[in-house]
Structure formats: structure tokens, C-alpha cells
Design a protein around this ligand. Structure first.
Ligand code: UD1
Length: 394
């Protein structure tokens, strides 16, 4: 049984589901000959907790990434953290109890990941965590708490890189539980890159509307920079505090969009906060900002491929920028994904939400060459390694 809840989970579960199907059909894969006679078929059940439920945040990804409809939808929806985690545990318990799977597989670090890890272990089911061992050491991030809980309870920890493995060893996780498999999101990226490449940037932006209004994005900013930058912003630390968000909006409108067109893909949380703090008009009136709703997987991948600089507080996008070679300013003080930073060969730098620091980085990154970087095993075959390991462990 595998579990998803929120948008960043979907690109991680898609390759897993497809690798399970390939295993069952006996298709050969890279590290393994054709399904050996007598090897067990995997009966797989996909559970969606319903943490994300808008079509653009959920269903669109099932369609684009060819994920089958979930076998079980818990329909939990939005709420405070305690409500989300508590309701997910209550709804998941009878499902785990009636299906009695050999393994429950969780991905990433959202509230669904944490809630289902606790329920899985209380139901005495073996638990495997895909994307284990990432640590920001920042307990103000709900995701850090989710990661710690999920990893502490997991019987099998699939890691993306050596730094994640070292984090787990330092926490005393026994060696036999840690399994370096690479980054499963790169499987999705590699599989869908050819389709994304065929899309046209102007068409993607031309179709986008926020609040019934189309935003303009000119060919050049007033300082004449060609190309465009992309922004995604949704962390509570950046959007929930009015002062922080206002300062960021002023900076983005005047100093980023004034220089090079800025495509801003608007998360529902951020849209709510901009409206609540009376900042939406300011964003809509700023020349050079193209506001677009949450984009589909291929559309955002296409924009990322050609962006001069990406500004984001998302963890997954940092990794995608690293693989695509797109210079990325991470709008956070820390990251649980240090392997994507320039000091480790990646393309990302930590900018926090301080305009002075972001300004200096923007100057530098606008001049940076694109430099794709793949840490070991970020090769598009991570899901196969995960399925092989699960089958071997029985
Ligand atoms: C969640 C994850 C975060 C991930 C992000 C990606 C946790 C703790 N956070 O944050 O790690 O990076 O997803 O998006 O699990 N909303 C809608 N429609 C939806 C979903 C949400 O309108 O389909 C609005 C609701 O007002 C909701 C708010 O967005 O209260 C926040 O959603 P929530 O799932 O609580 O957290 P995210 O900020 O999306």
C-alpha cells in the first residue's frame, strides 16, 4: 500500500506505481533481468489522503503523470496541522486494518506522510519511507517534524544521497535499514522531459489567468534583460507574516520584475494571504509580473528548462533546477537538500527572504551559465531499485 496526500507527493509516487506494474508484467528493467519465474506479483493499493483536493493541485497530476485513480480516497482536506494529521490517522486506520498490507510506503514530508507513518506502525505494518534522511534542522518547518517522525518509525529508509544517509547514521539508524536508491523525482523528470520540451512558453503563459484577469509579461524588463525568471512561494515563513510578505512583494515588483519578467505561479495559500493582506492589487498592477495559477507538471517543467533564474521556497523545485542546470535562489534560510547547493556541485544558493541577499544573488545568477548536475543514482531508475528491494525483503 502506498500513500499520497499533497502535490509534491504525486511526482514521487508515479514512478513507483509504474515500476510495480512493470514488475508484475515481467518486463525487464535496467538492473534486473526479466521477472524471474516464481517471483511474487505485487498487489498494490494506492491511498490518497485528500490533503490537496483542488483539480489543479491534485487531479491534474494524476492525469499528466498517468497515475491510476486512487483505490482509496480519505477526503481529509484542509485544516490546522492537528486537524489534518488527526483526521488522516482516523481515516487511515480502518483502511490499513482491513487491507493488512505487507508494506506501507510513504513519500516525502507532508502531513499525510507523518500521519500515515504513525498509523502504519500502530497497526504493526512494516513501513518504508521514500526520500528518507533529509534534514533542515529547522523545527519551525512542519515538514522537518514530519520527516523525523516518518524516519524514526520506518523499517526501510530509501535515501536520495550520501548526506541523507549520514544524517540517519548519526541518529543511530541501523545500517541494514538504509538503502541509497537516488532521487525518484528524477525518474518522473526524465520520463516527461520530451513531452515538456514540445510545449511553447508563450502559449503556457497566454492561457493563464488569475482571478479572471490575465497578466502581461513583456519581452524584456525595463533594464533590458532577455528571458524570464520564475517564482513559487508558499512556505508559512514567507507568506503567513504580513510584514515579510509585503517586503518580498515590494522587492519582487520593483527590483526583480522591473529588471526581467517574472512569472509567478500562485499557490492557493499565497493567493489567500495576498488577498487577506490587501497585496493582490499591488502584484497585479506591477509591470513585468505574470501571475499564473498552479501549473501542470509539464507546463512548469517547460518554464524551468528555460528560466534564467528560478526563485522558490519549494524543496522539489530546487532538485529539478539542479538536474536541469537552472540557477536557483532558494527563498529559505536553510535546506534539507544541501546536495543541490553550488558548494556540492548544484545550482542553488540560499537567499532566505532578505532582499539584500536576494539582490546580490540575482545579480550573480543572471550571469551564471546553465550547469546541469546529477548526484550519483539520480539516473531515472530509482523506482526500479525500490521495487526490487521491497520484493527481496518479502
Ligand atoms: C503542503 C505541505 C508542503 C508542500 C506543499 C506543496 C505540509 C505540512 N505541507 O503545504 O510541505 O510543500 O503542500 O503545495 O504537509 N488549499 C486549497 N486547495 C488545495 C490545497 C490547499 O485551496 O487543494 C489551500 C487551503 O486554504 C489550505 C492551504 O492551501 O489551508 C494550505 O494547504 P496545506 O495542505 O495545509 O499546506 P500547503 O501550504 O499546501
Amino acid at each position: 500500500m502506498s500513500v499520497v496526500g499533497a502535490r509534491p507527493n504525486f511526482m514521487k509516487i508515479a514512478p513507483f506505481v509504474h515500476a510495480v506494474n512493470r514488475h508484475n508484467s515481467g518486463e525487464p528493467c535496467r538492473d534486473k533481468p526479466a521477472n524471474a519465474q516464481g517471483e511474487r506479483r505485487i498487489q498494490h493499493c494506492l491511498v490518497h489522503t485528500g490533503q490537496h483536493y483542488d483539480a489543479a493541485m491534485s487531479e491534474a497530476f494524476f492525469d499528466a503523470l498517468d497515475i491510476p485513480r486512487p483505490d482509496v480516497d480519505l477526503g481529509v482536506g484542509s485544516g490546522t496541522h492537528a486537524e489534518q494529521v488527526g483526521q488522516t490517522m482516523m481515516a487511515f486506520e480502518p483502511v490499513a486494518r482491513s487491507w493488512r498490507p505487507d508494506w506501507i510506503v510513504i513519500v516525502g514530508d507532508v502531513n499525510a506522510t507523518c500521519a500515515c507513518s504513525v498509523t502504519a506502525k500502530k497497526e504493526r505494518t512494516r513501513l518504508a519511507h521514500i526520500e528518507a534522511g533529509l534534514r533542515s534542522r529547522d523545527l519551525d518547518m512542519p515538514e522537518e517534524i514530519n520527516r523525523m517522525v516518518a524516519d524514526r518509525l520506518s523499517d526501510l529508509l530509501f535515501t536520495t544521497d550520501d548526506i541523507a544517509g549520514a544524517n540517519l547514521r548519526a541518529e543511530g539508524v541501523p545500517e541494514e535499514k538504509i538503502c541509497l536508491v537516488g532521487n525518484i523525482m528524477v525518474d518522473t523528470l526524465d520520463a516527461h522531459r520530451p513531452s515538456a520540451e514540445k510545449l511553447n512558453v508563450a502559449e503556457i503563459l497566454g492561457q493563464a489567468e488569475v482571478g479572471g484577469r490575465k497578466s502581461e509579461v513583456g519581452g524584456r524588463g525595463s533594464d533590458g534583460e532577455k528571458g524570464y525568471t520564475v517564482l513559487t512561494l508558499h512556505r508559512p515563513s514567507n507568506v503567513d507574516d504580513e510584514g515579510v510578505l509585503r517586503r518580498l512583494v515590494d522587492f519582487l515588483a520593483e527590483e526583480v520584475a522591473g529588471r526581467i519578467p517574472l512569472v509567478w505561479t500562485l499557490h492557493p495559500r499565497t493567493e489567500n494571504r495576498l488577498n487577506e493582506f490587501g497585496l493582490m492589487q499591488r502584484v497585479q498592477d506591477a509591470g513585468g509580473i505574470c501571475l499564473v495559477p498552479p501549473l501542470g507538471y509539464h507546463e512548469l517543467l517547460r518554464l524551468t528548462m528555460d528560466a534564467k533564474v528560478f526563485l522558490t521556497d519549494s524543496g522539489g523545485l530546487q532538485e529539478e533546477c539542479c538536474v536541469l542546470g537552472t540557477p536557483c535562489i532558494t527563498l529559505r534560510k536553510n535546506t534539507e537538500r544541501p546536495v543541490t547547493l553550488r558548494e556540492h556541485g548544484g545550482t542553488c544558493e540560499l537567499g532566505g527572504n532578505d532582499p539584500d541577499r536576494i539582490r546580490a544573488l540575482l545579480d550573480e545568477m543572471l550571469r551564471m551559465e546553465r550547469r546541469p548536475h546529477r548526484p550519483p543514482l539520480w539516473d531515472g531508475h530509482t523506482a526500479e531499485r525500490i521495487v526490487t528491494e521491497l520484493v527481496q525483503r518479502g
